[in-house]
Design a protein around this ligand. Structure first.
Ligand code: FES
Ligand code: FES
Length: 211
Protein backbone atom coordinates (compact mmCIF):
# COMPACT_ATOMS: atom_id res chain seq x y z
CA UNK A 1 0.00 0.00 0.00
CA UNK A 2 1.31 3.45 -0.81
CA UNK A 3 2.64 5.42 2.12
CA UNK A 4 1.69 9.11 1.91
CA UNK A 5 4.52 9.97 4.32
CA UNK A 6 6.96 8.46 1.87
CA UNK A 7 6.17 10.64 -1.08
CA UNK A 8 8.92 13.10 -0.38
CA UNK A 9 10.42 15.47 2.10
CA UNK A 10 7.46 17.74 2.05
CA UNK A 11 6.26 16.81 -1.37
CA UNK A 12 3.07 14.77 -1.33
CA UNK A 13 1.93 12.96 -4.46
CA UNK A 14 -0.76 15.58 -4.87
CA UNK A 15 1.78 18.38 -4.62
CA UNK A 16 4.03 16.43 -7.00
CA UNK A 17 1.29 16.22 -9.58
CA UNK A 18 0.45 19.85 -9.10
CA UNK A 19 4.09 20.82 -9.43
CA UNK A 20 4.50 18.65 -12.51
CA UNK A 21 1.55 20.44 -14.02
CA UNK A 22 2.92 23.71 -12.76
CA UNK A 23 6.36 23.26 -14.24
CA UNK A 24 5.33 25.54 -17.04
CA UNK A 25 5.22 28.32 -14.53
CA UNK A 26 8.52 27.23 -13.05
CA UNK A 27 6.95 26.86 -9.62
CA UNK A 28 8.65 23.57 -8.75
CA UNK A 29 12.20 24.59 -9.68
CA UNK A 30 14.85 26.44 -7.78
CA UNK A 31 16.33 29.65 -9.11
CA UNK A 32 19.58 28.02 -10.20
CA UNK A 33 17.77 25.33 -12.12
CA UNK A 34 15.59 27.94 -13.74
CA UNK A 35 18.56 30.05 -14.70
CA UNK A 36 20.47 27.15 -16.15
CA UNK A 37 17.58 25.62 -18.04
CA UNK A 38 16.77 26.53 -21.58
CA UNK A 39 13.52 28.36 -21.48
CA UNK A 40 11.27 30.32 -23.71
CA UNK A 41 8.76 33.00 -22.88
CA UNK A 42 5.69 32.56 -24.99
CA UNK A 43 3.07 35.10 -25.85
CA UNK A 44 0.76 33.78 -23.16
CA UNK A 45 3.27 34.80 -20.50
CA UNK A 46 3.89 31.19 -19.53
CA UNK A 47 7.51 30.12 -19.31
CA UNK A 48 8.05 26.67 -20.76
CA UNK A 49 11.13 24.80 -19.64
CA UNK A 50 12.96 22.36 -21.85
CA UNK A 51 16.33 20.74 -22.04
CA UNK A 52 18.71 19.59 -19.35
CA UNK A 53 20.24 21.23 -16.34
CA UNK A 54 23.26 20.01 -14.38
CA UNK A 55 22.61 19.63 -10.69
CA UNK A 56 24.70 18.33 -7.80
CA UNK A 57 23.24 15.71 -5.51
CA UNK A 58 24.69 14.61 -2.18
CA UNK A 59 24.56 10.85 -2.54
CA UNK A 60 25.86 8.46 0.08
CA UNK A 61 28.08 11.21 1.46
CA UNK A 62 29.59 12.24 -1.88
CA UNK A 63 28.75 15.10 -4.24
CA UNK A 64 27.61 13.75 -7.60
CA UNK A 65 26.86 15.87 -10.64
CA UNK A 66 24.10 14.73 -12.95
CA UNK A 67 22.28 16.22 -15.91
CA UNK A 68 18.52 16.04 -15.61
CA UNK A 69 15.44 17.47 -17.18
CA UNK A 70 13.07 19.40 -14.92
CA UNK A 71 10.70 16.41 -15.09
CA UNK A 72 13.34 13.78 -14.21
CA UNK A 73 12.51 11.85 -11.08
CA UNK A 74 15.16 11.13 -8.49
CA UNK A 75 14.80 7.44 -9.34
CA UNK A 76 15.46 8.05 -13.02
CA UNK A 77 18.40 10.31 -12.18
CA UNK A 78 19.93 7.55 -10.05
CA UNK A 79 19.31 4.69 -12.44
CA UNK A 80 19.45 6.26 -15.91
CA UNK A 81 21.46 9.46 -15.74
CA UNK A 82 24.19 9.14 -13.14
CA UNK A 83 27.48 7.90 -14.46
CA UNK A 84 28.14 5.31 -13.12
CA UNK A 85 24.51 4.68 -12.17
CA UNK A 86 23.15 3.69 -8.78
CA UNK A 87 20.65 1.00 -9.72
CA UNK A 88 19.97 -0.46 -6.27
CA UNK A 89 16.71 1.45 -5.88
CA UNK A 90 14.32 -0.48 -8.09
CA UNK A 91 11.83 0.77 -10.65
CA UNK A 92 8.68 -1.33 -10.25
CA UNK A 93 5.42 0.64 -10.16
CA UNK A 94 6.82 4.13 -10.79
CA UNK A 95 3.79 5.57 -9.01
CA UNK A 96 4.38 5.38 -5.27
CA UNK A 97 2.64 2.08 -4.68
CA UNK A 98 5.29 -0.55 -4.00
CA UNK A 99 8.25 0.95 -2.11
CA UNK A 100 10.91 -0.75 -4.26
CA UNK A 101 12.50 2.64 -4.96
CA UNK A 102 12.78 3.71 -1.30
CA UNK A 103 15.80 5.85 -0.42
CA UNK A 104 16.61 8.07 2.55
CA UNK A 105 16.16 11.81 2.15
CA UNK A 106 17.63 13.63 5.15
CA UNK A 107 17.31 10.38 7.09
CA UNK A 108 13.68 9.72 6.24
CA UNK A 109 12.43 7.06 3.82
CA UNK A 110 11.05 8.45 0.58
CA UNK A 111 9.84 7.08 -2.74
CA UNK A 112 12.47 8.10 -5.28
CA UNK A 113 9.93 7.65 -8.09
CA UNK A 114 7.79 10.47 -6.68
CA UNK A 115 10.54 13.02 -6.16
CA UNK A 116 11.87 15.36 -8.78
CA UNK A 117 15.66 15.22 -8.91
CA UNK A 118 15.87 19.03 -8.91
CA UNK A 119 13.99 19.11 -5.61
CA UNK A 120 16.67 16.93 -4.01
CA UNK A 121 19.50 19.45 -4.39
CA UNK A 122 20.78 20.27 -0.91
CA UNK A 123 19.28 17.14 0.67
CA UNK A 124 21.33 14.29 2.10
CA UNK A 125 20.42 11.25 0.03
CA UNK A 126 21.24 7.68 0.90
CA UNK A 127 20.60 4.74 -1.38
CA UNK A 128 20.98 1.04 -0.72
CA UNK A 129 24.52 1.33 -2.08
CA UNK A 130 25.36 3.51 0.93
CA UNK A 131 24.05 1.14 3.58
CA UNK A 132 27.12 -1.10 3.86
CA UNK A 133 30.43 0.27 5.15
CA UNK A 134 32.74 -0.62 2.31
CA UNK A 135 32.82 -4.42 2.15
CA UNK A 136 31.12 -4.80 5.54
CA UNK A 137 27.39 -5.32 5.21
CA UNK A 138 24.99 -3.43 7.45
CA UNK A 139 23.69 -5.78 10.20
CA UNK A 140 20.28 -5.62 8.56
CA UNK A 141 21.71 -6.84 5.25
CA UNK A 142 23.50 -9.67 7.04
CA UNK A 143 20.29 -10.59 8.86
CA UNK A 144 18.33 -10.65 5.59
CA UNK A 145 20.84 -13.19 4.25
CA UNK A 146 20.85 -15.27 7.42
CA UNK A 147 17.05 -15.30 7.74
CA UNK A 148 16.36 -15.98 4.09
CA UNK A 149 14.36 -12.77 3.86
CA UNK A 150 14.30 -12.51 0.08
CA UNK A 151 13.25 -14.56 -2.90
CA UNK A 152 13.37 -12.59 -6.15
CA UNK A 153 14.95 -9.67 -4.26
CA UNK A 154 13.19 -6.92 -6.15
CA UNK A 155 11.59 -5.48 -3.04
CA UNK A 156 14.64 -6.03 -0.84
CA UNK A 157 16.46 -2.68 -1.23
CA UNK A 158 13.25 -0.85 -0.38
CA UNK A 159 12.60 -2.92 2.74
CA UNK A 160 16.21 -2.49 3.86
CA UNK A 161 16.01 1.28 3.49
CA UNK A 162 12.65 1.51 5.28
CA UNK A 163 13.68 -0.66 8.21
CA UNK A 164 17.13 0.90 8.53
CA UNK A 165 15.56 4.37 8.69
CA UNK A 166 13.23 3.09 11.41
CA UNK A 167 16.07 1.59 13.46
CA UNK A 168 18.27 4.66 12.92
CA UNK A 169 15.63 6.95 14.36
CA UNK A 170 14.31 4.55 17.00
CA UNK A 171 16.73 1.72 17.89
CA UNK A 172 14.22 0.34 20.41
CA UNK A 173 11.32 0.22 17.95
CA UNK A 174 8.77 -2.47 18.72
CA UNK A 175 7.94 -5.15 16.19
CA UNK A 176 4.72 -3.31 15.42
CA UNK A 177 6.68 -0.12 14.79
CA UNK A 178 9.08 -1.97 12.51
CA UNK A 179 6.11 -3.39 10.60
CA UNK A 180 4.59 0.08 10.41
CA UNK A 181 7.83 1.43 8.95
CA UNK A 182 7.34 -0.99 6.03
CA UNK A 183 3.70 -0.14 5.47
CA UNK A 184 4.66 1.41 2.16
CA UNK A 185 6.61 -1.61 0.92
CA UNK A 186 5.16 -4.58 -0.93
CA UNK A 187 6.75 -8.01 -1.30
CA UNK A 188 5.04 -9.98 -4.03
CA UNK A 189 6.94 -13.12 -3.02
CA UNK A 190 5.42 -12.96 0.46
CA UNK A 191 8.61 -13.06 2.50
CA UNK A 192 7.18 -10.85 5.23
CA UNK A 193 7.68 -13.25 8.19
CA UNK A 194 11.37 -13.66 7.32
CA UNK A 195 11.81 -9.94 6.75
CA UNK A 196 10.53 -9.17 10.24
CA UNK A 197 12.59 -11.98 11.82
CA UNK A 198 15.63 -10.45 10.15
CA UNK A 199 14.72 -6.96 11.33
CA UNK A 200 14.43 -8.09 14.95
CA UNK A 201 17.71 -10.03 14.70
CA UNK A 202 19.47 -6.97 13.27
CA UNK A 203 18.02 -4.81 16.01
CA UNK A 204 19.62 -7.15 18.59
CA UNK A 205 22.98 -6.93 16.85
CA UNK A 206 22.78 -3.14 16.56
CA UNK A 207 22.09 -3.00 20.30
CA UNK A 208 25.29 -4.97 20.95
CA UNK A 209 23.66 -8.36 21.39
CA UNK A 210 24.08 -11.66 19.59
CA UNK A 211 22.34 -12.73 16.42
S1 FES B 1 6.94 3.17 -5.17
FE1 FES B 1 8.51 3.85 -6.50
S2 FES B 1 8.75 2.24 -7.94
FE2 FES B 1 7.05 1.61 -6.72
S1 FES C 1 11.39 -11.05 -2.54
FE1 FES C 1 10.31 -10.98 -4.44
S2 FES C 1 9.05 -9.21 -4.23
FE2 FES C 1 9.93 -9.45 -2.29
Amino acid sequence: MADPERSGVDLSRRVFLKSAGGLAAGGALGESALAATNSGLFGDGVERLTGEVEIELTLNGAARKVKVEPRTTLLSALRDRLEPPLSGAKLVCDMGSCGACTVHVDGKPAYACLLLAVDCVGKKLKTIEGLAQGDVLHPLQTAFCEHDALMCGFCTPGFLMSISACLDTKPTATLDEIKESCAGNVCRCGTYPHIFEAAVAAQRVLAGGKR
